[in-house]
Design a protein around this ligand. Structure first.
Ligand code: FE
Length: 249
């Protein structure tokens, strides 16, 4: 069965990386909650998509240059009053959930990985007994290399449409293999049967990201990909259930 990852806690249903989105997702009949992490100036780890607060909250500022107390003053847009959470708070929220973590290691505003960040993320997950329930993802091969040095947990390379186009699928396979990456995810609109077969034949698991419409969700279910992220987890669950009933009929 294709796995569903609730992207940022279901952005289109609950706001971007909000308490209510993560709380709702923790009780849903799906397999993963996707989230992104950034370091604060005073050593905390914040769960937020962007490296700044500018686009998604009522405040502005760069997370890595702000204290946790400052960041907590931000209210997330369309988030029913929610403030950015810490990784610790997310761990506590999922302690008794059946839903696993899909943790994306994000770069800073300069597009480069944060220095010595990966071991700190792993340490928090380990401390809360969530590491063994975590799959990691990143667009950055360097971050995936850092993860490999620090943990045996699965790593998933997010391949953007631009990288897929510029490198070409065969080179993406070569890069994945040379970095010991066992799984890739591509944007749903760049996925097709031939691309999936290329990766699967090379022994690389294949998934999609950004399946937000009913058509995109149905596409990834028809492709029978391993996993997909979606901003609409409730829609994904009902679409998958209808698909399952149809296929088994
Ligand atoms: Fe992400």
């Amino acid at each position: 069965m294709t796995r569903i990852a609730s992207h940022r806690g279901g952005t289109l249903e609950f706001g971007d990386s909000t308490l209510q989105g993560f709380t709702a997702t923790s009780k849903m009949a799906l397999e993963e909650v996707e989230f992104d992490v950034h370091p604060t100036a005073d050593g905390a780890i914040v769960v937020h998509h962007d490296p700044t607060l500018d686009a998604t909250t009522d405040m502005s500022g760069t997370i890595t240059q702000m204290t946790l107390a400052e960041i907590r003053k931000a209210t997330i847009c369309y988030g029913a009053g929610s403030h950015p959470l810490t990784l610790e708070e997310l761990c506590l929220l999922y302690a008794d959930s059946c839903v696993g973590f899909r943790c994306e290691i994000k770069p800073g505003v300069d597009g480069l990985p944060y220095e010595d960040f990966v071991p700190r993320v792993i340490s928090v997950l380990q401390h809360h007994a969530m590491l063994e329930r975590t799959i990691f993802s990143s667009f950055l091969v360097r971050s995936l290399d850092e993860l490999a040095e620090a943990t045996d947990r699965p790593r998933l390379w997010l391949v953007s449409p631009a990288v897929l186009r510029q490198l070409g699928p065969e080179t993406v396979v070569e890069v994945a293999q040379s970095h010991g990456i066992a799984e890739v995810g591509v944007h749903v609109d760049t996925a097709d049967v031939a691309l999936k077969e290329l990766f699967v034949t090379a022994g690389i698991d294949f998934g999609c990201w950004a399946a937000h419409t009913r058509e995109q969700i149905q596409k990834v279910l028809n492709l029978d990909v391993k996993v997909f992220t979606t901003d609409r987890p409730t829609l994904a669950i009902s679409t998958r259930e209808a698909h399952r009933v149809r296929v088994s009929a």
